[in-house]
Design a protein around this ligand. Structure first.
Ligand SMILES: Nc1nc2c(ncn2[C@@H]2O[C@H](COP(=O)(O)OP(=O)(O)O)[C@@H](O)[C@H]2O)c(=O)[nH]1
Ligand SMILES: [Mg+2]
Ligand SMILES: [Zn+2]
Length: 287
């Protein structure tokens, strides 16, 4: 008999599912299928008290993934809100952040940015924050995870299935612990990497209340955007959208073409040079 469950731990090929009756089961797939991901609602066949086989997934409300030449990497299913986590340290990887934003906008999922480790903040943070809010046009939340200073985040998460994504070391797991409080992420959630540092190696979904949950993810270093079409790319730049169709050539790539509305806007200081360079880099990857 088939049962319905949710994937709450995702190790790539192995999973933990929680049935709608609250039972936790280790789960494998048939024929080594890898098209399942944390957050998926699935049909399972229970084998015994501990184990199940995942048969299929139910229609997804959303799907976050990245894609390079070699493969597609699913990040999460059914999330309704994304938090891209950055920190004062390690230094923010703006390329990774902007790529992540392109994909969440393309997936039509509301996205905010968390600047964590504000206890370490010095003046330069204002400049970075301005870039996020003025150029990327994205809401910013500041947190100090180690002091449980996460009130704004907790409020904003309410009623959503949230996901925390970002570079390794920015404090995603620390934020998870702050959100969970007493419940705490179990220590088995982390393992030692080669450098002897604790690092999350799999995705895990935590239920906060009946309507609110979040997924903690392993750190990522790159974000392939093969799945985004060059013709649509400007739609995913909130600071440039209004210029769609305004270039002299309808197929303008905003590189060497004359009378390019995007480059003109940069000249007029309406769009930042960093953003133009980022756009051109993404386009060049696609030609
Ligand atoms: N100073 C400071 N350190 C933090 C804060 N949040 C996390 N850290 C530290 O940053 C390191 C990485 O945190 P972790 O949650 O494992 O990052 P993750 O890789 O994104 O999950 C740990 O040593 C944390 O103690 C914070 O708000 N302030
Ligand atoms: Mg982690
Ligand atoms: Zn142009």
């Amino acid at each position: 008999m088939l049962e319905t469950a949710t994937i709450i731990e995702d190790y790539g090929r192995r999973f933990v599912v929680q049935t709608d009756n609250g039972l936790l089961l280790e789960a494998n797939t048939r024929k080594k299928r890898t098209d399942f991901v944390c957050g998926d609602r699935v049909h399972i066949q229970q084998i015994n008290n501990h184990q199940a086989v995942i048969e299929d997934y139910l229609p997804r409300q959303s799907l976050l993934f990245r894609q390079d030449e070699k493969r597609t990497k699913l990040l999460a299913a059914n999330v309704t809100q994304v938090f891209v986590v950055t920190a004062i340290l390690p230094e923010p990887n703006l390329d990774l952040i902007q790529r992540t934003l392109l994909s969440t906008i393309a997936a039509n999922i509301p996205t905010s940015l968390i600047i964590n480790k504000m206890d370490l903040a010095e003046k330069q943070i204002l400049e970075i924050e301005n870039f996020y809010t003025q150029q990327l046009k994205i809401p910013v939340i500041k947190t100090v995870a180690i002091n449980n200073d996460i009130t704004d985040l907790r409020e904003k998460m309410q009623g959503h299935c949230n996901i925390l994504v970002g570079q390794s070391g920015v404090g995603k797991s620390q934020l998870s612990n702050a959100i969970l409080g007493e419940q705490k992420a179990k220590t088995g959630d982390i393992s030692l990497n080669e450098k002897g540092k604790h690092t999350t190696t799999f995705s895990k979904l935590y239920q906060i209340d009946e309507h609110t949950s979040f997924i903690d993810t392993p750190g990522m270093q790159s974000f392939g955007l093969n799945h985004l079409s060059i013709d649509d790319i400007l739609y995913y730049f909130p600071d440039m959208q209004h210029l769609i169709g305004k270039c002299r050539f309808h197929n303008c790539r905003h590189l060497q073409e004359p009378d390019c509305a995007i480059k003109n806007a940069v000249q007029n200081n309406e769009i930042s040079t960093e953003r133009l360079l980022f756009l051109q880099k993404i386009i060049q990857e696609k030609i």
